[in-house]
Design a protein around this ligand. Structure first.
Ligand code: HEM
Length: 494
């Protein structure tokens, strides 16, 4: 009898897994109990582009991928992404709540993972502060340029043999840290930066693995003996970052002058806004937990993405001598000296802009974009998608779509040039994603990529170090893709 009950329950479970819970979803690979489709994320398809391409070929442009027990509708086709996520953007602004993330953040705080009124309020506030720094006072460019100058000085001290990844990390890290907390990294506090970077790397390295996804969906598995150490790495690294950010905020709080509305960094602006809401419940959305999480989101999203893209661009250009030659040629004809290049030079450096675009496309930094949730019942590609469904515009398949970018794995800046040499606007170039959740730091990132790239190549003739004459373009997987480390030799050009 007991056997019969267990057997019937098992059959019910299989019926539910294979048919019932999939009946209203777009087709996709069969999910296995507990792990869903995570079994597809094998080393052979890492970092994931191939997996999505294979699924697109088999099931069409819209399919369901099961992240453990969570069905994620995945949209891979540019026309559908544009039609829905851009033109009907308001219906794709939600974010799913992942239990472990909520546990660490102490609630759905921050920007990247918040939703509803909190997200609207905090995204607006962040954009306001960024604009104030960037447009109103042009402080942002000044801050980036001072990091460019510092980077050049560091390169000058190590011309014979240097790995620029560390330098890019520290420079881009200084830009975002300066914006958030009002100070940069130098020899006196480099240890703090390296500690933050190491915590961040540990966290992302672990969460990008299938086991990390399991932990996100089932935090309780972290209580199992073998996996507890694993969970500890994921949570400790994130909590370590939050603690360091809170310490900074508290130091600021101790000396803040509320008599003036002026602010010189993000945390100060936030704390002054918080003061205005002190009589409201939960400080009207400006809780200290919110500040911790925003610092985390901006520091993490603003650091690795930009620094890794710069490193990829260096690698791709050095591996393509004809591109390198054209970069130098443009700098010689349009700039013609070792002066610092600023954003006013941007419209004159089309080839460099095209090279940065192509680097972003080929680096294809996020093989798994951040998911959204739908705000109402809707239809995509002939499928009815109910309200609250987790859905992902998979930008990586667009950036490698051979119909849009022929021979997508080739590095060709010319894709982004018109026949008269002017910069071509290609709407499918979407490394910052699309719609209302599009990257909040796009303006800053673009400015950094342009200023670091153009000034580096303007100052130096760069070639691979003899220890790595032809480095690999294989990607090192994390949440964003890293190039494997390589060393270069530089000479002054002027
Ligand atoms: C090359 C550099 C960068 C790339 C490729 C990049 C890419 C992305 C992508 C693909 C998303 C996901 C959008 C979606 O949900 O569909 C995103 C979101 C985000 N990015 Fe960036 N990003 C970069 C730099 C930055 C910088 C410098 C900052 C901060 C100053 C930043 C802050 C954010 C934030 C806060 C979000 C979440 C937006 C929201 O949920 O409303 N990013 N970024």
């Amino acid at each position: 009898m007991i056997f019969l009950i267990i057997f019937s329950l098992f059959l019910l479970y299989i019926f539910d897994l294979l048919y019932w819970k999939r009946r209203n979803l777009p087709a996709g690979p069969t999910p296995l109990p507990i792990i869903g489709n995570l079994y597809l994320m094998t080393d052979g398809v890492k970092p994931g582009y191939k997996m999505y391409q294979n699924l697109k070929d088999k099931y069409g442009p819209v399919f369901t991928f099961w992240l453990a027990n969570l069905p994620m509708v995945t949209v891979t086709d540019w026309k559908l992404i544009k039609q829905h996520f851009i033109k009907d953007g308001a219906n794709f602004v939600g974010r799913p709540e992942f239990p472990i993330n909520i546990e660490i953040r102490k609630g759905p705080y921050g920007i990247v993972e918040s939703h509803g009124d909190r997200w609207v309020q905090q995204r607006r506030f962040a954009l306001h502060i960024l604009r104030d720094f960037g447009l109103g006072k042009n402080l942002m460019e000044e801050k980036v340029l001072s990091e460019v100058t510092a980077m050049i000085e560091s390169v000058q001290k190590n011309k014979e043999d240097i790995d620029l990844q560390n330098l890019f990390d520290a420079s881009v890290g200084s830009v975002i840290n300066n914006l958030l907390f009002g100070y940069r990294y130098d020899e006196t506090n480099m240890e703090e930066f390296l500690e933050l970077k190491s915590l961040m790397n540990k966290h992302f390295k672990q969460t990008a693995e299938p086991i990390g996804a399991m932990l996100i969906m089932y935090p309780w598995i972290g209580k199992l003996p073998i996996l507890s150490g694993y969970k500890k790495i994921v949570t400790d690294s994130w909590e370590g970052l939050l603690k360091m950010f809170r310490k900074q905020a508290e130091e600021k709080l101790a000396t803040i002058n509320y008599d003036s509305d002026e602010y010189s960094d993000y945390v100060e602006a936030f704390l002054k806004e918080r003061k205005k809401h002190e009589h409201e419940e939960g400080y009207g959305g400006y809780e200290m937990e919110q500040l911790d999480s925003v610092c985390f989101d901006l520091w993490v999203a603003g650091m690795e993405t930009t620094s890794n893209t710069l490193y990829w661009s260096l690698l791709y250009v050095l591996l393509n001598p004809k591109v390198l030659e054209r970069v130098y040629e443009e700098l010689d004809t349009k700039i013609g000296s070792d002066r610092i290049i600023t954003t006013t030079d941007r419209p004159n450096l089309n080839y460099i802009n095209a090279t940065i675009n192509e680097s972003q496309r080929l680096a294809n930094l996020l093989p798994m974009n951040i998911s959204r949730t739908t705000a109402c019942d809707l239809e995509i590609g002939g499928y009815s998608i109910p309200k609250g469904t987790v859905i992902t515009p998979q930008i990586c398949t667009v950036l490698y779509d051979p119909e849009i970018f022929p021979e997508p794995y080739e590095f060709r800046p010319e894709r982004f040039l018109e026949s008269d040499g002017s910069l071509k606007k290609v709407e499918e170039l979407v490394p910052f994603s699309i719609g209302k959740r599009q990257c909040l730091g796009e303006g800053l990132a673009r400015m950094e990529l342009f200023l670091f790239f153009s000034n580096l190549f303007n100052k130096f003739h760069i070639q691979f170090h003899e220890s790595n004459p032809s480095p690999t373009i294989e990607k090192d997987c994390g949440v964003t893709m890293k190039a494997k480390n390589f060393r270069v030799v530089v000479k002054e050009r002027h």
